[in-house]
Design a protein around this ligand. Sequence first.
Ligand code: IPD
Length: 265
Amino acid sequence: VAARPEELLALAVDVAGEAGRLALENQDGIDVLDTKSSPTDVVTEMDRRCEETIRERLLRERPGDSVLGEESGSDSGTNSVRWIVDPIDGTVNYLYGREDWAVSVAAEVAGDVVAGAVVVPRHGDVYTAARGAGAACNGQPLRAARPVRLDRALVATGFGYSAARRAQQAEVLRAVLPQVRDIRRGGAAAVDLCSVARGRADAYYERGLKYWDWAAAALVAREAGVRVEGLHHAPPDSELLLAAPHDLFEELHDLLASLGADTTG
Ligand code: IPD
């Protein structure tokens, strides 16, 4: 079923909103249900329930589409629309009753992300983007902040779940920290990317993200004028994702590349 990006976006906002309300109502008293790649990589009952809710609703409204979800993997559809879903990005924040967590839903057509919604229930924020049509937060158009020099930049980052990867990320951070205004570790990649789109951080980088962590939020950032790429200018995946307005992107890129930020460890 062909669909315009705006139609896919409306559905993304709807399903992400529904899952966000479900997660919000159940945040108190939530516990760890399971662990994944390491003991620090946790899953709650709500990650699973929210993903089921989103998947069922998407496939009910658009049978034939396929869904790739963080918790349940991918299924195969009969058309070119695929949904990329992170039911709760920032699960550790969610578990601790903190505010920075998001429901992230992106729609791909023939492999390109054309629509993305990131709902941050505890902030009351709904970030939206349709390809070529701009990005918004709660309906207000988003423009990234003007680039600042690296030594004036507030740089967000995040860490993976394996101890070896964390040790490598700490080494890189040790070299980055003295060269920037400050560092933030918010705990939800989608929220970090949307913060750059909104000018609440100047840049964001992280190694080892999964597609569902960034698919929707990278479109929001790009449509707001932020450059989002891998360190070698390939699409970001397990390589390091870097997001910043243009000049700052170059400066941070060169620093991270000189540190071998995506190659050691
Ligand atoms: C995680 C968060 C975190 C980032 C990790 C992600 P999850 O996503 O986005 O900020 O540092 O790399 O895996 O597991 O909470 O969906």
